[in-house]
Design a protein around this ligand. Sequence first.
Ligand SMILES: Nc1ncnc2c1ncn2[C@@H]1O[C@H](COP(=O)(O)OP(=O)(O)OP(=O)(O)O)[C@@H](O)[C@H]1O
Length: 428
Amino acid sequence: MTIEFDRVGKAFRRIENPARVLRQSLFGGQSPETELFWALRDVSLRVERGEAVGIVGCNGSGKSTLLQLLCGVYPPTKGTIAVEGRVAALLELGAGFDPEFSGRQNVYMNAAVLGMQRHVTEQRFDDIAAFADIGHFIDEPVKTYSSGMFVRLAFAVAIHTDPDILVVDEALAVGDARFQAKCMKRIKSLREDGVTLFFVSHDVSSVRTLCDRSVWLDRGRIVRMGSVFDVTAHYMEHLFADEASDTAQPAASALPEGAAGDTEAELKGPINHWGSHIGCIRDHRLADAYGRPSRVFEYGQTMRVEVVFRIPDGADTEHLSAAFSIKDLKGTDLLVCTTHDENRGCFRGHGGLVRATFEFENRLTPGRYLLVLAIEDRSAPVVQYYEYVEGADYFATASETVRFGLFNLPTRIQIDAARQAALVTEGT
Ligand SMILES: Nc1ncnc2c1ncn2[C@@H]1O[C@H](COP(=O)(O)OP(=O)(O)OP(=O)(O)O)[C@@H](O)[C@H]1O
């Protein structure tokens, strides 16, 4: 066991009437009334060494409070928290850095706070500076840094202090794409070394990439906890249901908690199913080039996705779109195809039932995948769903030879003798 939260609650005292504080400071009188606000309630959670837990939830749901309790920033109001191991945290920007000192001085101070001895920091300083990659700014006062530089340095220190538990709160969102990718890579390699990860992000796909478990918080309570795919799918369903029009009826999910597990038996039925016209998708099929239904496809084989749907009453057929996507079992979209983007207005003049057939060469490397089907209204920049089914079907791909990557593009390859070691651009 690395971390255990047992019926943890955290309350903050909030001033009920801020105007009264001002009045009291100006004119004296009765001190302002405060109320207890429970930012977290009854949170029980057990995390084993090496697990990666992604915390999701709307603004104010208690995610940061949970991380701060974990890092010991303040004690819980109720319940107990046990943490075994050294915690390195990237909480809010600025935490742990002194703006008046240079980056270099801050590295030493910050590493010391994180429990590293000075000679170890000395040995690692060049690696830290190289990872942060902020050039001469390393010797400038931190107050002159951009928020991106700040995160770079803070992250560089945190990952070089041999943490047992790494806690990352949104911070990566500040860095540029290259730095984010570098951090993701580094977090993954720390995970392989057995580091426990707590990760808060509004970006569900990075939670899915980095974490195997997830906790969804809402108004301080755990709504759902379990495999990352299952929890984030329900969380997204909730978000979309909120955003969709009032007529949208989120459907009860057909799959129980933990459905994103790995056995075939668990992968039946949709994980996520919602929309304003649920039921407009009448049938679908995965098939080979001859229309024979199949759920196993060879690499390079032609695959078909066939869908029959009823055009929703009153739908604007100019902007109606049928779409499918293929996801890996972590929920990453590997390919997405919509009639709107490929063949806009193709349903013009159609009414009643329509069949859409998508045919493509399977370039997915061996593995298991899920099919998402959607009937969309693309008249506005934000896609509205008449029906969305994540996990409409599941299939596997196979290959006689080893294939790397997620999927490969048809590539023309040419090999010939090179006359010199450099490539020369024609006509220059
Ligand atoms: N020190 C504090 N004093 C009073 N209230 C607080 C304090 N810290 C947090 N809160 C309140 O607790 C609730 C949960 O806050 P928290 O920052 O944990 O949410 P969050 O899920 O991290 O939100 P976000 O996604 O916006 O970062 C919020 O309503 C917040 O206003």
